[in-house]
Design a protein around this ligand. Sequence first.
Ligand SMILES: NC(=O)c1ccc[n+]([C@@H]2O[C@H](COP(=O)([O-])OP(=O)(O)OC[C@H]3O[C@@H](n4cnc5c(N)ncnc54)[C@H](O)[C@@H]3O)[C@@H](O)[C@H]2O)c1
Length: 236
Amino acid sequence: MPPMGRLGGRVALVTGAAGGIGQATARAFASDGATVTGADLRDAALTLDVTDQDSCRAAVAATVEAHGHLDVLVNVAGIGSFKRTTDVTLEEWNRTLAVNLTGTFSMCQAALPELIDRKGAIVNLASVAGLRATPYNAPYCVSKAGVVMLTKALAVEYGAQGVRVNCICPTSVDTPFLEGFEIPDDADLQLFARTGSIIGRKITPGEVAAAAVYLASDDAAMITGTALVIDGGALA
Ligand SMILES: NC(=O)c1ccc[n+]([C@@H]2O[C@H](COP(=O)([O-])OP(=O)(O)OC[C@H]3O[C@@H](n4cnc5c(N)ncnc54)[C@H](O)[C@@H]3O)[C@@H](O)[C@H]2O)c1
């Protein structure tokens, strides 16, 4: 019987798989036919710390060992918080970049040889914050702007070898992630309007997952190096 679904016969590795978007992504990939390995610091089939390059290489190796190959890497793991820049410690700055940007780089680097073999795809979770600054959020904005450019750089470098690399830029998605975002005292709340959805509700994790499935599938065969914005019209 031929593989079913848009991702039938494909193997996907999803990082941040215990979180809101990661869980939804793993589910959406599986229901479109993919075999999925979910990896996270906590509560996932595979334990992964994206800040540790050995751990990244081990996650790719374990996926290939279990399922024979790797076709899609979805980098969802991420952290963030709101703080005035004058209150951000160097440790917080470094940690945000280590997880969001360097972690994405390390996972891509570990997976690329397998993805080249399979003419596979990478989907990175960036953010609207990587395109237009959100206030009190400099480390996160910088890390996500880096993810957008990393996506483009890899798309250019590996396109001729058949690997497509795209990222998704959502505004607020309804997950536990936002609970870590405590607005500083006396913050200028008007500044948040810059990235607010016009449609007037948060994005669901499933709406982000659907975009990841699309970008990983052959429906997006000619799409690479793109930052797909899911923002309810915020940047319109
Ligand atoms: N929720 C939002 O509003 C929103 C908006 C735009 C972009 N994003 C991005 O989407 C991604 C997922 O967000 P979410 O809302 O599902 O958040 P979440 O907090 O629910 O999930 C994030 C997951 O990443 C994991 N993680 C953190 N550090 C890790 C590490 N070092 N190694 C491996 N895993 C690690 C966490 O354990 C957690 O399960 C993040 O990259 C986030 O920046 C989220």
